[in-house]
Ligand binder design. Structure first.
Ligand code: FAD
Length: 461
Protein backbone atom coordinates (compact mmCIF):
# COMPACT_ATOMS: atom_id res chain seq x y z
CA UNK A 1 0.00 0.00 0.00
CA UNK A 2 1.20 3.57 -0.55
CA UNK A 3 1.25 4.31 3.19
CA UNK A 4 3.80 1.59 3.87
CA UNK A 5 7.01 2.97 5.44
CA UNK A 6 10.41 1.35 5.34
CA UNK A 7 10.76 1.83 9.09
CA UNK A 8 8.38 2.96 11.83
CA UNK A 9 10.08 4.24 14.96
CA UNK A 10 7.96 4.06 18.10
CA UNK A 11 8.93 6.73 20.62
CA UNK A 12 10.65 10.08 20.13
CA UNK A 13 13.05 10.10 23.06
CA UNK A 14 16.79 10.35 22.57
CA UNK A 15 17.13 6.76 21.30
CA UNK A 16 14.26 7.02 18.80
CA UNK A 17 15.55 10.31 17.43
CA UNK A 18 19.15 9.10 17.12
CA UNK A 19 17.99 5.88 15.40
CA UNK A 20 15.89 7.91 12.94
CA UNK A 21 18.81 10.21 12.25
CA UNK A 22 21.09 7.28 11.35
CA UNK A 23 18.43 5.93 8.98
CA UNK A 24 18.02 9.30 7.28
CA UNK A 25 21.78 9.68 6.93
CA UNK A 26 21.87 6.32 5.20
CA UNK A 27 19.25 7.30 2.67
CA UNK A 28 16.25 5.71 4.39
CA UNK A 29 13.89 8.65 4.02
CA UNK A 30 10.47 6.99 4.21
CA UNK A 31 10.39 6.68 7.97
CA UNK A 32 7.57 7.43 10.37
CA UNK A 33 8.04 8.33 14.03
CA UNK A 34 5.03 7.65 16.27
CA UNK A 35 5.16 9.32 19.69
CA UNK A 36 2.51 8.78 22.37
CA UNK A 37 2.88 12.13 24.15
CA UNK A 38 2.51 15.63 22.70
CA UNK A 39 6.25 16.31 22.52
CA UNK A 40 9.61 14.82 21.66
CA UNK A 41 12.21 14.18 24.37
CA UNK A 42 10.69 11.43 26.51
CA UNK A 43 12.63 11.33 29.75
CA UNK A 44 14.54 14.45 28.77
CA UNK A 45 12.05 17.07 29.76
CA UNK A 46 12.21 20.64 30.96
CA UNK A 47 9.40 22.56 32.52
CA UNK A 48 9.02 26.15 33.52
CA UNK A 49 8.89 26.34 37.30
CA UNK A 50 8.47 29.78 38.88
CA UNK A 51 10.26 31.38 35.93
CA UNK A 52 13.15 28.91 35.68
CA UNK A 53 13.70 25.94 33.35
CA UNK A 54 13.95 22.87 35.53
CA UNK A 55 14.72 19.35 34.31
CA UNK A 56 12.11 16.84 35.48
CA UNK A 57 14.03 13.96 33.91
CA UNK A 58 17.71 13.76 33.03
CA UNK A 59 19.60 16.67 34.56
CA UNK A 60 23.28 15.80 34.33
CA UNK A 61 25.68 14.95 31.60
CA UNK A 62 27.39 12.14 33.47
CA UNK A 63 30.90 11.02 32.63
CA UNK A 64 33.12 13.87 31.43
CA UNK A 65 36.86 14.46 31.50
CA UNK A 66 38.08 10.91 30.92
CA UNK A 67 40.09 9.12 28.29
CA UNK A 68 37.18 8.90 25.87
CA UNK A 69 34.81 11.67 25.01
CA UNK A 70 31.17 11.32 26.04
CA UNK A 71 29.17 11.81 22.81
CA UNK A 72 26.43 13.70 24.65
CA UNK A 73 29.04 16.09 26.06
CA UNK A 74 30.18 16.65 22.47
CA UNK A 75 26.62 17.36 21.33
CA UNK A 76 26.22 19.78 24.23
CA UNK A 77 29.38 21.66 23.30
CA UNK A 78 28.48 21.80 19.60
CA UNK A 79 25.11 23.31 20.34
CA UNK A 80 26.36 25.68 23.06
CA UNK A 81 24.27 24.16 25.83
CA UNK A 82 24.89 25.93 29.14
CA UNK A 83 26.07 23.57 31.87
CA UNK A 84 27.73 23.86 35.25
CA UNK A 85 30.08 21.56 37.11
CA UNK A 86 28.34 19.65 39.84
CA UNK A 87 29.92 17.42 42.46
CA UNK A 88 27.77 15.43 44.83
CA UNK A 89 30.68 13.68 46.45
CA UNK A 90 30.64 16.57 48.94
CA UNK A 91 27.15 15.66 50.09
CA UNK A 92 28.52 13.33 52.77
CA UNK A 93 30.09 16.29 54.59
CA UNK A 94 26.79 18.16 54.76
CA UNK A 95 24.69 15.72 56.73
CA UNK A 96 22.17 17.35 59.03
CA UNK A 97 21.70 15.77 62.40
CA UNK A 98 18.15 15.80 63.72
CA UNK A 99 18.94 14.79 67.29
CA UNK A 100 16.96 17.15 69.49
CA UNK A 101 19.81 17.48 71.99
CA UNK A 102 21.99 19.32 69.50
CA UNK A 103 22.24 23.01 70.24
CA UNK A 104 20.30 25.05 67.70
CA UNK A 105 22.30 28.21 68.25
CA UNK A 106 22.80 28.91 64.59
CA UNK A 107 19.97 28.05 62.21
CA UNK A 108 21.89 29.23 59.23
CA UNK A 109 24.60 26.64 59.43
CA UNK A 110 22.17 24.07 60.78
CA UNK A 111 23.41 21.17 62.87
CA UNK A 112 25.80 19.37 60.61
CA UNK A 113 27.47 16.15 61.65
CA UNK A 114 31.17 16.62 62.33
CA UNK A 115 32.92 15.78 59.06
CA UNK A 116 35.20 13.20 60.72
CA UNK A 117 32.21 11.25 61.99
CA UNK A 118 30.52 11.43 58.58
CA UNK A 119 33.69 10.30 56.79
CA UNK A 120 34.06 7.30 59.15
CA UNK A 121 30.46 6.23 58.64
CA UNK A 122 30.92 6.67 54.93
CA UNK A 123 34.00 4.47 54.79
CA UNK A 124 32.26 1.81 56.85
CA UNK A 125 29.30 1.83 54.48
CA UNK A 126 31.51 1.52 51.38
CA UNK A 127 33.42 -1.42 52.88
CA UNK A 128 30.20 -3.12 53.81
CA UNK A 129 28.69 -2.61 50.34
CA UNK A 130 31.81 -4.04 48.70
CA UNK A 131 31.66 -7.07 50.99
CA UNK A 132 28.01 -7.55 50.13
CA UNK A 133 28.82 -7.47 46.42
CA UNK A 134 31.63 -10.02 46.79
CA UNK A 135 29.29 -12.37 48.66
CA UNK A 136 26.66 -12.04 45.91
CA UNK A 137 29.25 -12.75 43.24
CA UNK A 138 30.56 -15.77 45.12
CA UNK A 139 27.03 -17.10 45.56
CA UNK A 140 26.41 -16.63 41.87
CA UNK A 141 29.50 -18.70 41.06
CA UNK A 142 28.37 -21.33 43.55
CA UNK A 143 31.43 -20.76 45.74
CA UNK A 144 31.27 -20.28 49.49
CA UNK A 145 34.68 -18.67 49.91
CA UNK A 146 33.14 -15.55 51.37
CA UNK A 147 30.80 -17.21 53.80
CA UNK A 148 33.43 -17.17 56.53
CA UNK A 149 34.19 -13.45 56.28
CA UNK A 150 32.50 -10.87 58.42
CA UNK A 151 28.95 -10.33 57.13
CA UNK A 152 28.03 -6.87 55.81
CA UNK A 153 26.67 -4.63 58.55
CA UNK A 154 23.09 -3.47 58.45
CA UNK A 155 22.61 0.30 58.63
CA UNK A 156 20.58 1.28 61.67
CA UNK A 157 21.12 4.82 62.88
CA UNK A 158 19.80 7.80 60.87
CA UNK A 159 23.29 8.73 59.67
CA UNK A 160 24.04 5.13 58.62
CA UNK A 161 20.71 4.92 56.81
CA UNK A 162 21.32 8.23 55.05
CA UNK A 163 24.75 7.15 53.90
CA UNK A 164 23.50 3.75 52.80
CA UNK A 165 20.87 5.56 50.71
CA UNK A 166 23.25 7.98 48.97
CA UNK A 167 25.77 5.23 48.40
CA UNK A 168 23.33 2.86 46.71
CA UNK A 169 21.18 5.40 44.93
CA UNK A 170 23.78 7.98 43.90
CA UNK A 171 27.35 6.86 44.39
CA UNK A 172 27.48 3.21 43.41
CA UNK A 173 30.69 4.04 41.52
CA UNK A 174 32.43 3.98 44.93
CA UNK A 175 31.50 0.32 45.29
CA UNK A 176 31.96 -1.09 41.78
CA UNK A 177 33.32 0.42 38.58
CA UNK A 178 30.60 1.93 36.38
CA UNK A 179 31.43 2.03 32.65
CA UNK A 180 30.18 5.60 32.24
CA UNK A 181 32.80 6.94 34.66
CA UNK A 182 35.52 4.48 33.66
CA UNK A 183 35.23 5.34 29.96
CA UNK A 184 34.21 8.99 29.96
CA UNK A 185 35.59 10.34 33.23
CA UNK A 186 34.30 11.07 36.69
CA UNK A 187 33.02 14.58 36.25
CA UNK A 188 29.36 15.49 35.97
CA UNK A 189 27.79 18.63 34.57
CA UNK A 190 24.35 19.91 35.41
CA UNK A 191 22.40 21.25 32.46
CA UNK A 192 21.51 24.86 33.24
CA UNK A 193 20.04 26.14 30.01
CA UNK A 194 16.69 27.88 29.54
CA UNK A 195 16.18 25.82 26.36
CA UNK A 196 16.56 22.66 28.42
CA UNK A 197 18.50 19.44 27.94
CA UNK A 198 15.94 18.69 25.20
CA UNK A 199 17.52 21.39 23.05
CA UNK A 200 20.04 18.69 22.04
CA UNK A 201 17.22 16.60 20.63
CA UNK A 202 15.80 19.49 18.59
CA UNK A 203 19.25 20.10 17.17
CA UNK A 204 19.51 16.44 16.18
CA UNK A 205 16.00 16.38 14.71
CA UNK A 206 16.69 19.51 12.65
CA UNK A 207 19.27 17.60 10.63
CA UNK A 208 16.72 15.29 9.09
CA UNK A 209 13.21 16.57 9.82
CA UNK A 210 11.62 19.67 8.33
CA UNK A 211 11.52 22.45 10.90
CA UNK A 212 10.42 26.04 10.80
CA UNK A 213 10.40 28.73 13.47
CA UNK A 214 11.90 26.30 15.99
CA UNK A 215 9.06 23.81 15.47
CA UNK A 216 9.20 20.38 13.84
CA UNK A 217 6.61 20.47 11.05
CA UNK A 218 7.61 17.26 9.28
CA UNK A 219 4.65 14.87 8.85
CA UNK A 220 7.03 11.95 9.41
CA UNK A 221 6.80 12.84 13.10
CA UNK A 222 3.34 12.10 14.49
CA UNK A 223 2.64 13.15 18.09
CA UNK A 224 -0.20 11.88 20.29
CA UNK A 225 -0.02 8.47 18.61
CA UNK A 226 -0.22 5.83 21.31
CA UNK A 227 0.83 2.50 19.85
CA UNK A 228 -1.28 -0.34 21.27
CA UNK A 229 -0.68 -3.30 18.97
CA UNK A 230 2.02 -4.71 16.76
CA UNK A 231 1.06 -7.45 14.28
CA UNK A 232 4.14 -8.92 12.78
CA UNK A 233 5.05 -11.59 10.24
CA UNK A 234 8.01 -12.39 8.05
CA UNK A 235 6.70 -9.89 5.50
CA UNK A 236 6.28 -6.81 7.67
CA UNK A 237 4.72 -5.17 10.70
CA UNK A 238 1.31 -3.53 11.14
CA UNK A 239 1.16 -0.88 13.85
CA UNK A 240 -2.17 0.05 15.40
CA UNK A 241 -2.62 3.12 17.58
CA UNK A 242 -5.18 3.98 20.25
CA UNK A 243 -7.04 6.33 17.90
CA UNK A 244 -7.58 3.47 15.45
CA UNK A 245 -4.94 4.45 12.89
CA UNK A 246 -3.18 1.62 11.09
CA UNK A 247 0.33 1.85 9.65
CA UNK A 248 2.39 -0.66 7.72
CA UNK A 249 6.17 -0.97 7.70
CA UNK A 250 8.93 -3.28 6.63
CA UNK A 251 10.59 -2.83 10.04
CA UNK A 252 9.74 -1.37 13.43
CA UNK A 253 12.11 0.15 15.96
CA UNK A 254 10.56 0.01 19.42
CA UNK A 255 12.18 2.53 21.79
CA UNK A 256 9.70 2.55 24.68
CA UNK A 257 11.10 2.17 28.21
CA UNK A 258 11.58 -1.15 29.97
CA UNK A 259 8.74 -0.15 32.32
CA UNK A 260 6.38 0.21 29.34
CA UNK A 261 7.55 -3.15 27.92
CA UNK A 262 6.76 -4.73 31.29
CA UNK A 263 3.27 -3.19 31.25
CA UNK A 264 0.41 -4.25 28.96
CA UNK A 265 0.30 -1.01 26.94
CA UNK A 266 1.49 -2.68 23.74
CA UNK A 267 0.32 -6.12 22.67
CA UNK A 268 2.10 -8.27 20.13
CA UNK A 269 0.62 -10.79 17.76
CA UNK A 270 2.01 -13.32 17.63
CA UNK A 271 3.09 -12.79 21.26
CA UNK A 272 6.77 -12.20 22.03
CA UNK A 273 8.72 -15.41 22.56
CA UNK A 274 9.42 -16.52 26.10
CA UNK A 275 13.14 -15.74 26.07
CA UNK A 276 12.20 -12.14 25.27
CA UNK A 277 9.49 -11.64 27.87
CA UNK A 278 11.69 -13.28 30.51
CA UNK A 279 14.60 -10.96 29.71
CA UNK A 280 12.24 -7.97 29.91
CA UNK A 281 10.99 -9.06 33.33
CA UNK A 282 14.57 -9.55 34.61
CA UNK A 283 15.40 -5.87 34.52
CA UNK A 284 14.45 -3.61 37.43
CA UNK A 285 13.02 -0.16 36.99
CA UNK A 286 14.21 2.63 39.27
CA UNK A 287 11.77 5.39 40.14
CA UNK A 288 13.67 8.64 40.71
CA UNK A 289 11.76 11.77 41.59
CA UNK A 290 13.10 15.31 41.77
CA UNK A 291 10.74 17.52 43.74
CA UNK A 292 11.22 21.26 43.19
CA UNK A 293 10.47 23.84 45.88
CA UNK A 294 10.51 27.60 45.42
CA UNK A 295 11.17 29.98 48.35
CA UNK A 296 10.89 33.73 48.77
CA UNK A 297 14.54 33.84 49.82
CA UNK A 298 17.33 31.41 50.56
CA UNK A 299 18.10 30.15 54.05
CA UNK A 300 20.53 27.37 53.21
CA UNK A 301 24.32 27.67 52.97
CA UNK A 302 25.82 28.25 49.52
CA UNK A 303 29.39 28.38 48.28
CA UNK A 304 31.97 25.72 47.50
CA UNK A 305 31.10 22.18 48.60
CA UNK A 306 27.56 23.14 49.63
CA UNK A 307 25.49 22.33 46.55
CA UNK A 308 24.20 19.09 48.10
CA UNK A 309 23.09 18.25 51.61
CA UNK A 310 21.68 15.26 53.38
CA UNK A 311 18.89 14.78 55.88
CA UNK A 312 19.39 11.87 58.27
CA UNK A 313 16.12 10.29 59.39
CA UNK A 314 15.21 6.94 60.91
CA UNK A 315 13.30 6.06 57.75
CA UNK A 316 15.69 5.22 54.89
CA UNK A 317 15.29 7.53 51.89
CA UNK A 318 12.89 9.92 53.66
CA UNK A 319 13.67 13.30 51.98
CA UNK A 320 17.34 12.40 52.23
CA UNK A 321 19.05 14.01 49.27
CA UNK A 322 18.86 17.80 48.77
CA UNK A 323 20.35 20.17 46.21
CA UNK A 324 20.17 23.93 45.82
CA UNK A 325 19.95 25.50 42.38
CA UNK A 326 22.05 28.60 43.09
CA UNK A 327 24.96 27.35 40.94
CA UNK A 328 22.70 26.76 37.94
CA UNK A 329 20.41 29.75 38.44
CA UNK A 330 21.72 32.24 41.02
CA UNK A 331 18.91 33.96 42.88
CA UNK A 332 16.33 31.37 41.86
CA UNK A 333 15.76 30.32 45.50
CA UNK A 334 14.91 26.80 44.45
CA UNK A 335 15.65 23.59 46.34
CA UNK A 336 15.39 20.11 44.86
CA UNK A 337 14.84 17.00 46.96
CA UNK A 338 15.22 13.58 45.37
CA UNK A 339 13.19 10.56 46.35
CA UNK A 340 13.48 7.08 44.90
CA UNK A 341 11.47 3.87 44.53
CA UNK A 342 9.09 3.28 47.46
CA UNK A 343 9.19 6.90 48.62
CA UNK A 344 8.66 8.08 45.02
CA UNK A 345 5.61 5.89 44.63
CA UNK A 346 4.22 7.00 47.99
CA UNK A 347 4.57 10.67 47.09
CA UNK A 348 3.18 10.18 43.58
CA UNK A 349 0.03 8.76 45.15
CA UNK A 350 -0.59 11.66 47.56
CA UNK A 351 -1.51 15.28 46.95
CA UNK A 352 1.25 17.83 46.32
CA UNK A 353 -0.07 19.73 49.35
CA UNK A 354 0.73 16.77 51.60
CA UNK A 355 4.17 16.44 50.03
CA UNK A 356 4.81 20.13 50.60
CA UNK A 357 3.88 19.72 54.28
CA UNK A 358 6.27 16.80 54.69
CA UNK A 359 9.13 18.58 52.93
CA UNK A 360 8.65 21.73 55.05
CA UNK A 361 8.68 19.70 58.23
CA UNK A 362 11.97 18.14 57.18
CA UNK A 363 13.49 21.54 56.31
CA UNK A 364 12.39 23.01 59.66
CA UNK A 365 14.01 20.07 61.35
CA UNK A 366 17.28 20.96 59.60
CA UNK A 367 17.15 24.76 59.58
CA UNK A 368 14.86 25.65 62.46
CA UNK A 369 11.25 26.83 62.77
CA UNK A 370 11.70 30.33 61.35
CA UNK A 371 12.40 29.51 57.70
CA UNK A 372 9.88 30.74 55.12
CA UNK A 373 7.35 28.35 53.59
CA UNK A 374 7.78 27.27 49.97
CA UNK A 375 5.58 29.21 47.57
CA UNK A 376 5.53 26.60 44.77
CA UNK A 377 6.06 22.87 44.48
CA UNK A 378 6.49 20.60 41.45
CA UNK A 379 6.24 16.82 41.79
CA UNK A 380 6.93 14.81 38.62
CA UNK A 381 5.11 11.49 38.35
CA UNK A 382 7.25 9.19 36.25
CA UNK A 383 5.89 5.99 37.72
CA UNK A 384 2.22 6.74 37.08
CA UNK A 385 2.93 7.98 33.57
CA UNK A 386 1.76 5.10 31.37
CA UNK A 387 4.29 6.09 28.71
CA UNK A 388 7.16 5.70 31.21
CA UNK A 389 6.31 3.51 34.23
CA UNK A 390 9.47 4.54 36.05
CA UNK A 391 12.63 6.52 35.52
CA UNK A 392 15.35 4.22 34.20
CA UNK A 393 16.49 0.63 33.97
CA UNK A 394 18.63 -0.95 36.63
CA UNK A 395 20.18 -4.30 35.90
CA UNK A 396 20.85 -6.54 38.85
CA UNK A 397 24.58 -6.29 39.72
CA UNK A 398 25.03 -9.77 38.37
CA UNK A 399 23.59 -9.84 34.88
CA UNK A 400 24.76 -12.32 32.28
CA UNK A 401 25.74 -11.46 28.70
CA UNK A 402 22.78 -13.58 27.63
CA UNK A 403 20.32 -11.34 29.54
CA UNK A 404 21.67 -8.26 27.76
CA UNK A 405 21.67 -10.02 24.42
CA UNK A 406 18.05 -11.08 24.82
CA UNK A 407 16.78 -7.64 25.87
CA UNK A 408 18.24 -6.16 22.73
CA UNK A 409 17.73 -8.95 20.19
CA UNK A 410 15.15 -8.30 17.46
CA UNK A 411 12.04 -10.44 17.19
CA UNK A 412 11.44 -10.91 13.49
CA UNK A 413 11.13 -7.44 12.03
CA UNK A 414 10.75 -5.68 15.38
CA UNK A 415 14.01 -4.15 16.63
CA UNK A 416 14.43 -3.00 20.22
CA UNK A 417 16.29 0.09 21.31
CA UNK A 418 16.40 2.52 24.23
CA UNK A 419 18.56 3.22 27.23
CA UNK A 420 17.90 -0.30 28.61
CA UNK A 421 19.44 -1.95 25.53
CA UNK A 422 22.82 -0.30 26.09
CA UNK A 423 25.06 -2.86 27.69
CA UNK A 424 27.65 -0.38 28.96
CA UNK A 425 25.59 2.75 29.56
CA UNK A 426 22.06 1.68 30.50
CA UNK A 427 20.23 4.26 32.58
CA UNK A 428 21.89 7.28 30.97
CA UNK A 429 21.17 9.74 28.18
CA UNK A 430 24.34 8.71 26.35
CA UNK A 431 23.19 5.07 26.72
CA UNK A 432 19.95 5.91 24.91
CA UNK A 433 21.78 7.96 22.30
CA UNK A 434 24.34 5.25 21.50
CA UNK A 435 21.70 2.49 21.56
CA UNK A 436 19.67 4.39 18.95
CA UNK A 437 22.70 4.70 16.68
CA UNK A 438 23.40 0.98 17.07
CA UNK A 439 19.85 0.00 16.22
CA UNK A 440 19.69 2.40 13.27
CA UNK A 441 22.83 0.78 11.86
CA UNK A 442 21.49 -2.73 12.47
CA UNK A 443 18.37 -1.91 10.42
CA UNK A 444 20.40 -0.40 7.58
CA UNK A 445 22.45 -3.61 7.48
CA UNK A 446 19.33 -5.74 7.53
CA UNK A 447 17.82 -3.77 4.65
CA UNK A 448 21.01 -4.38 2.67
CA UNK A 449 20.70 -8.12 3.25
CA UNK A 450 17.04 -7.94 2.22
CA UNK A 451 17.98 -6.32 -1.06
CA UNK A 452 20.67 -8.93 -1.69
CA UNK A 453 18.21 -11.76 -1.05
CA UNK A 454 15.71 -10.19 -3.46
CA UNK A 455 18.23 -9.68 -6.24
CA UNK A 456 19.53 -13.26 -5.79
CA UNK A 457 15.98 -14.55 -6.11
CA UNK A 458 15.53 -12.56 -9.30
CA UNK A 459 18.75 -13.94 -10.79
CA UNK A 460 17.92 -17.55 -10.05
CA UNK A 461 14.20 -17.53 -10.86
P1 FAD B 1 12.47 7.66 26.44
O1 FAD B 1 13.04 8.99 26.63
O2 FAD B 1 11.54 7.17 27.48
O3 FAD B 1 11.75 7.61 25.03
C1 FAD B 1 10.73 6.70 24.73
C2 FAD B 1 9.54 7.43 24.14
O4 FAD B 1 8.53 6.48 23.82
C3 FAD B 1 8.89 8.45 25.07
O5 FAD B 1 8.86 9.71 24.45
C4 FAD B 1 7.48 7.89 25.29
O6 FAD B 1 6.51 8.92 25.40
C5 FAD B 1 7.27 7.07 24.05
N1 FAD B 1 6.27 6.00 24.19
C6 FAD B 1 6.04 5.21 25.25
N2 FAD B 1 5.04 4.34 24.99
C7 FAD B 1 4.63 4.59 23.72
C8 FAD B 1 3.64 4.04 22.89
N3 FAD B 1 2.85 3.03 23.30
N4 FAD B 1 3.46 4.54 21.63
C9 FAD B 1 4.26 5.55 21.19
N5 FAD B 1 5.22 6.12 21.95
C10 FAD B 1 5.42 5.65 23.21
N6 FAD B 1 20.35 10.20 32.44
C11 FAD B 1 21.54 10.88 32.47
O7 FAD B 1 22.41 10.65 31.61
N7 FAD B 1 21.77 11.82 33.44
C12 FAD B 1 20.84 12.12 34.39
O8 FAD B 1 21.07 12.99 35.22
C13 FAD B 1 19.63 11.40 34.39
N8 FAD B 1 18.69 11.64 35.34
C14 FAD B 1 17.44 11.14 35.19
C15 FAD B 1 16.44 11.54 36.07
C16 FAD B 1 15.13 11.13 35.89
C17 FAD B 1 14.05 11.61 36.83
C18 FAD B 1 14.82 10.27 34.80
C19 FAD B 1 13.39 9.85 34.54
C20 FAD B 1 15.82 9.82 33.95
C21 FAD B 1 17.14 10.25 34.13
N9 FAD B 1 18.17 9.84 33.28
C22 FAD B 1 19.39 10.46 33.35
C23 FAD B 1 17.97 8.78 32.28
C24 FAD B 1 17.69 9.32 30.87
O9 FAD B 1 16.73 10.32 30.93
C25 FAD B 1 17.20 8.17 29.99
O10 FAD B 1 18.15 7.12 30.03
C26 FAD B 1 16.98 8.53 28.52
O11 FAD B 1 16.41 9.80 28.35
C27 FAD B 1 16.08 7.46 27.90
O12 FAD B 1 15.87 7.70 26.52
P2 FAD B 1 15.08 6.61 25.68
O13 FAD B 1 15.01 7.09 24.29
O14 FAD B 1 15.66 5.27 25.92
O15 FAD B 1 13.61 6.53 26.32
Amino acid sequence: SPSRSSVIIIGAGVSGISAAKVLAENGVEDILILEASDRIGGRIRKENFAGVSVELGAGWIAGVGGKESNPVWELANESGLRTCFSDYSNARYNIYDRRSDVNLSSYYSGKIFPSGLAADSYKKAVDSAIRQLRIQEAEFRGSDVFKATEPPSTPETPIELAIDFILHDFEMAEVEPISTYVDFGEREFLVADERGYEHLLYKMAQDFLFTSGGKILDTRLQLNKVVRELRHSRNGVTVITEDGSVYDANYVILSVSIGVLQSDLISFSPPLPRWKTEAIQQCDVIVYTKIFLKFPYKFWPCGPGKEFFIYAHERRGYYTFWQHMENAYPGSNILVVTLTNGESKRVEAQSDEDTLKEAMEVLRDMFGPNIPGATNILVPRWYNNRFQRGSYSNYPLITTDQDFHDIKAPVGRIFFTGEHTSERFSGYVHGGYLAGIDTGKAIVEEMGKDRERKSENQTFL
